[in-house]
Design a protein around this ligand. Structure first.
Ligand SMILES: O=C(CO)COP(=O)(O)O
Length: 124
């Protein structure tokens, strides 16, 4: 199972807390993240493949993986109160996930529900 994790700066602490809380489930998962998110994510002790930082193409790299159906799920801890110079990339990533029917969570509550669901499905 391959899961992409992305967090805007204002949401990185929540993202790390989420990873720590779900470490037992995520240990067996192939995790990929945008650059800075990945560095923070490693604080949880999980192994993470780091791509480019979001504003310089990381979101686009994750979108490309989604378009090629190489991802099972995207966990995107968005900060709706922040300004992002790469907002077009953010919109593009969400659009591509919708185009290719890739599950995408944009807040921690949905991320938890999606992870629990995909985990249960894989246990069956
Ligand atoms: O900008 C991002 C998501 O849009 C995340 O990028 P970083 O993980 O490099 O901070």
């Amino acid at each position: 199972m391959k899961i992409a994790v992305i967090a805007h700066d204002g949401k990185k602490p929540e993202m790390v807390a989420f990873l720590m809380r779900n470490k037992s489930k995520l240990n067996a998962v192939d995790l990929v993240a945008t650059g800075t998110t990945g560095k923070y994510a490693e604080n949880s002790g999980l192994v993470v493949t780091k791509l480019l930082s979001g504003p310089v193409g990381g979101d686009a790299q994750i979108a490309a993986m989604a378009a090629e159906k190489k991802l099972d799920m995207v966990l995107f801890f968005r900060d709706p109160l922040g300004k992002h110079p790469h907002e077009p990339d953010v919109q593009m990533l969400m659009r591509i996930c919708d185009v290719h029917n890739i599950p995408i969570a944009t807040n921690p509550a949905t991320a938890q529900l999606l992870l629990d669901a995909i985990w249960k499905k894989h246990q069956e």
